[in-house]
Structure formats: C-alpha cells, structure tokens
Design a protein around this ligand. Structure first.
Ligand code: URA
Length: 248
C-alpha cells in the first residue's frame, strides 16, 4: 500500500495532508526518512512514524444498519437532512454507506471504512443479491410477476432476471418479495412502475447471506468476521447462497 494511503487509512490525516507530511520529511518508515508519497509499505510489517509517533492502521469496521425512512444514505447533506451516520454516532472511524437506499426506503444497509470491501459489494460484476419487500398499488397478477422475473425495459436498459414472489394481496395493495442482483438507481421502484404498480413502501430485507433478523429499525450491529468472509466469497464468485427454498 502507498505510504500516503496508509497514513490516510490510519485516520491520522487526509490523503493530501499525508502527502504534505511525507514531502516535508516528517515521516519515517522503519526508522528511515521517506519523502515519497508513493513509497510502498507493507501494513502488516512496516513501522510508520510521523514526527516520532507510531501510527497504526485503522481497524476495519463492518456494520449492518436497519435504516429508517427519512435518512439519507450519505455522509453529509448540504441541506442538513439526517443521514444514516447520525444513527451510528461516533465509533472512532469514518464510515461510508456501502451503496445506497433511497431517503424513503427502509432496511438493511451496510456501512464500512473498508474501501475494497465496499467496491466488491457494489460492483455490478460481483452481483451480490439484494432482497426487498415492496408494498405496491393494486393486485400484481402472475403475468406481471413473470415480466419482473424475466426483466423489464427501463430507460437505462433491460433489467436482469429477478426472483419474485407475491406475499399477499389485501384487496387494495400487494406485497411482493423481489431479489435483484443489480443496484441501479431506484431500480425496484422503476421496475414496479414499469408494470403499472408504483411502490408505496420499500424495505430491503436481505443482502447476500445477511438478513435483518430481529434488528429493530434505527438499530445497528457489527458483522461477524464469518459474515464478512461470506460476503466477500459471494462477491468474488467463490460461494453461492443456498438457503434451501428458491423463490418461484
Ligand atoms: N430500489 C429502489 O427503488 N430504491 C431503493 O432504495 C433500493 C432499491
């Protein structure tokens, strides 16, 4: 890892400030002055000191939040609206949402300070499945479920095959479970709009192997090392989800 990145990851300074400190000759690696920001360090073995103080890499954090409606999945908002970080408080590290849920969408949102993990989770190539329960207007007919499952035409292209199941119809609205592998903007809402049943309420209930379980709305918990390992294996194609029953 580049020295400037290592210092930034340790949470000691921004990347630019780290470069400045290095160029000013204030950084030692294994006791030797290094003034090149691109100098490669081994985070597991090298000792990096800034003005005599040994710095340690920031521990990796992986958090699952049950996002309430009314929170932005961003770090800050120029209009001062609440963001998901307001729900986490200060855990000593800068966290970033792993992908996005809309302001009015609830449910499972991951946050992490591990950029590589985040990229793997959100990159379309990696196809981590995401499960939602959508409450939509009207009665969704089997033919329309089939359309969603095969893919519908959106303005940014046809959606990939999805797994879809009608949970219930209460005479007014339908509740539908849908699992998609893509993560386009407002994708689930646009898919239901395309079949003429706008979404009234949307909850993400699953991400890869993870489910919300009994995590209350607005609460969060740390992922276990095994959960992180499973997600990475899924994203890199080394694991498949086998939860017994496929959605029809
Ligand atoms: N699809 C949507 O339409 N909105 C979300 O927040 C997530 C998926």
């Amino acid at each position: 890892m580049r020295l400037a990145k290592y210092i930034a990851h340790a949470g000691v300074a921004s990347r630019r400030k780290a470069e400045e400190l290095i160029c000013q000759g204030k950084v030692l690696v294994n006791g030797i002055l290094v003034d090149t920001p691109a100098f490669e360090v081994d985070p597991a073995a090298d000792r990096v000191e800034i003005e005599g103080i040994l710095i340690a890499p920031e521990p990796k954090q992986y958090i699952m939040l049950n996002k309430p409606a009314g929170y932005l999945s961003t770090v800050t908002d120029p209009f001062g609206r609440p963001t998901v970080l307001d729900l986490i408080g200060d855990i000593g590290q800068r966290l970033y949402p792993v992908g996005r849920l809309d302001f009015d969408t609830e449910g499972l949102l991951l946050l992490s300070n591990d950029g590589d993990f985040t990229n793997k989770m959100i990159h379309p190539r990696h196809n981590v499945p995401k499960r939602y329960v959508a409450r939509v207007t009207g009665r969704v007919k089997p033919k329309e479920l089939g359309q969603l499952a095969r893919g519908v035409e959106l303005e940014d292209g046809r959606t990939a095959p999805a797994q879809v199941k009608l949970i219930e119809y209460d005479g007014n609205e339908s509740r539908v479970e849908i699992e998609i592998h893509e993560g386009r903007k407002r994708q689930v809402k646009r898919m239901f709009e395309a079949i003429g049943h706008p979404v009234v309420h949307l909850v993400r209930t699953g991400f890869g192997h993870l489910t919300l379980g009994n995590l209350a709305v607005g609460e969060y918990r740390h992922l276990t090392p095994e959960e992180v390992r499973q997600l990475l294996a899924l994203a890199t194609g080394q694991a498949k989800i086998d939860d017994g029953e496929d959605l029809p």
